[in-house]
Design a protein around this ligand. Structure first.
Ligand code: ADP
Length: 254
C-alpha cells in the first residue's frame, strides 16, 4: 500500500519531502513484510510439533493402542515435540530481548574449558548415536569475564549443529590462547555450507536446505542466538566451510 505513492519529481523542497516520505513508507512496508513473514514462520514452527502432539495423544486417548512398547513410543514422540516447542519459545524470548536491546549478561570471571567439557559430555550420546567421534582438545586459557550459562548455550548450539550436519567422521572442539584473545573452534567433517549461503546463516530462521532441516528439527534460530550471545560479549564469530568437507566456526573472546 505504501509503494503506490504518486511520484513527485523536481528538485525543490516539496519534492525532497515527497521523496523522504516515500522512502519512509517503503521502509515501513519492508518492516510490515518482515513482520508478516516472521509471524507466518513462527506459526508454522509451532503448528508442526503441535500436530504431532495432538495426533499421538488422540490415538492414545482412544485406547486403541494396546501394546505397551507402542504406547511408550508415542509418548516419547509427544515428549520430544513438546521439548521442541519449549526450545523454540525460549529462543524467541531471547530474540525479543536482543531486538529491543534488553538482553543482559550475568558476567563473572570464569574459564571457558569447563563449559566446553560439560557441553561435550552432554552431547556425547547424540554423537555416539551417529557414530561420530566427538572430542575436546583444550589448552590452558586465561579466566575471562563471561556469562557462563549464555556461553554454554552458544557453544551447545554450535556443537549440536556440527553433529546434526555431519554424517561421518568427527567433531572437535578446541580452545587456545592467541595473544590476549581466547579462541574457541568447533570443527566438523560434515556436509559443509555452500558459499552463497555463508553470509545468511546468521539470520533468524535461515536454513540452507529447508527440507533437510525439517527432518533434523531445528528452528533456524540457533546461529542467530549464538551470534547475539558472542557479540554481546564483545567477541566475534566467523565460519569457514567447504561443501562435503566440513565447517569450522571460530569464536574470539577477550
Ligand atoms: P537450524 O535450527 O536449522 O540448525 P541454525 O541457525 O542453527 O538453524 O543454522 C542455520 C543453518 O545453517 C542450518 O539450517 C544449516 O543449513 C546451516 N548450518 C549450521 N551449522 C552447520 C554446520 N556445522 N554444518 C553445515 N551446515 C550448518
Amino acid at each position: 500500500k505504501y509503494k503506490q505513492r504518486i511520484p513527485v519529481s523536481g528538485d525543490d523542497e516539496v519534492a525532497q519531502l515527497g521523496e523522504s516520505i516515500q522512502s519512509l513508507g517503503e521502509q515501513l512496508q519492508d518492516f510490515e513484510d518482515s513482520r508478516n513473514e516472521f509471524l507466518a514462520t513462527v506459526s508454522h514452527e509451532l503448528r508442526t510439533p503441535l500436530t504431532y502432539i495432538k495426533g499421538y495423544s488422540d490415538i492414545l486417548n482412544k485406547g486403541i493402542v494396546k501394546k505397551q512398547e507402542e504406547q511408550v513410543e508415542y509418548l516419547k514422540i509427544i515428549n520430544k515435540e513438546a521439548n521442541r516447542i519449549t526450545f523454540l519459545v525460549n529462543d524467541l524470548f531471547d530474540m525479543s530481548k536482543f531486538e529491543v536491546g534488553k538482553f543482559e549478561l550475568n558476567k563473572e570471571l570464569a574459564s571457558i574449558n569447563p563449559i566446553i567439557k560439560k557441553v561435550v559430555s552432554n552431547l556425547k550420546p547424540e554423537a555416539d548415536e551417529k557414530g561420530l567421534i566427538l572430542t575436546a582438545s583444550l589448552s590452558e586459557v586465561t579466566y575471562i569475564s563471561i556469562d557462563s550459562q549464555r556461553m554454554e548455550q552458544a557453544i551447545y548450539n554450535l556443537v549440536e549443529n556440527a553433529i546434526k550436519y555431519t554424517n561421518e567422521g568427527k567433531v572437535t572442539v578446541k580452545t587456545y590462547q592467541k595473544n590476549e584473545l581466547i579462541v574457541i573452534e568447533v570443527e566438523d567433517t560434515g556436509i559443509g555450507i555452500p558459499t552463497n549461503h555463508l553470509s545468511s546463516i546468521w539470520e533468524r530462521f535461515y536454513r540452507v536446505d529447508k527440507s533437510r532441516t525439517r527432518k533434523t528439527g531445528g528452528s533456524g534460530l540457533g546461529l542467530y542466538v549464538v551470534k547475539n550471545i558472542i557479540q554481546s560479549h564483545n567477541g566475534d564469530i566467523r565460519v569457514e566451510s567447504t561443501e562435503d568437507k566440513g565447517s569450522t566456526f571460530t569464536i574470539h573472546l577477550n
